[in-house]
Design a protein. Structure first.
Length: 273
């Protein structure tokens, strides 16, 4: 594994170490490194996913930092169980590494909340919607097909995690891929609601209680604080101090239509309303 192309697992584990150091142990980087007998530069590179990190490294660090034994053992057991990882550790050629990193986070999360502004979340895309959205983002046909394969693999998490969606009414009204594709996408959303793979609530046009500037993905884990994935025009960023976004979710809970009302609106849009 080269340092120029770190694996998704190393980036994910490094991010978790940074959260534990900052949020649970409240240690500055240099002090944390000294407690473990490491150089500060080594810890910094580890937290940024620029060097491989083993379970033994993880154990050494959190033990030196004084993380309570019960919490430490629970995290190490979780990491050991998932050490074999999944497809994201063997990324698909041509698919951005950020996709694999996101999949790694999603696989470890116990709760996911997607907030979608312009198009329904990728975890709920049909093929036609995905193709239309990626084409609108300037991707070539080859990259679109590779992106769809990666999206399908990410969708395997559905039914295994508590997944909720807040989607704007504007996104639901947009005919990505044309009229037939739009109808099929809405039908897919209703099926997901019916079988319980996603709780979907619509953010109505007229709401003024929550300002939404971009699409994002809030992820909660068993033993570390939430992380937010923010989609950007040229990639993505991860926010490890998620309190601001958690507060937005509280506001969205107040302004979004209830699930029954959301289901009714989606049905009406399918009928051309």
């Amino acid at each position: 594994m080269s340092e120029q192309n770190p694996g998704a697992r190393d980036r994910m584990w490094g991010s978790r170490l940074r959260v534990i150091r900052n949020e649970r142990c409240e240690l500055p980087l240099e002090r944390a490194a000294k407690l473990a007998g490491w150089h500060g530069s080594k810890l910094s590179r580890t937290e940024r996913g620029l060097r491989p990190v083993s379970i033994q490294d993880f154990a050494t660090l959190v033990t030196a930092w004084g993380l309570p034994a019960k919490e430490r053992d629970a995290i190490l057991t979780e990491l050991a169980t998932g050490a074999s990882s999944g497809w994201w550790d063997r990324p698909i050629p041509g698919v951005p590494e950020d996709v694999g990193t996101l999949a790694g986070y999603e696989a470890e999360a116990v709760e996911l909340v997607a907030v979608a502004v312009a198009v329904v979340p990728g975890l709920l895309h049909t093929y036609e919607t995905a193709v239309a959205a990626m084409a609108a983002n300037g991707l070539t046909r080859r990259d679109i097909e590779l992106g769809w394969i990666a999206r399908l693999r990410r969708q395997q998490i559905l039914g295994k995690v508590d997944f909720s969606v807040y989607v704007t009414e504007a996104a639901l009204r947009t005919h990505w891929g044309g009229k037939d594709a739009h109808h099929a996408q809405l039908a897919h959303l209703l099926r997901c609601m019916e079988i319980g793979t996603a709780g979907i609530r619509v953010i109505p046009h007229q709401q003024t209680g929550a300002l939404l500037l971009h699409t994002w993905h809030w992820m909660r884990f068993r033993h570390t604080p939430p992380v937010v994935y923010v989609e950007l025009a040229t990639g993505a960023t991860y926010i490890h101090e998620a309190d601001h976004y958690t507060a937005i979710l509280d506001r969205l809970d107040q302004v979004a239509l209830p699930k029954d009302g959301s289901r009714t609106l989606i049905r009406r849009l399918m009928e051309g309303g």
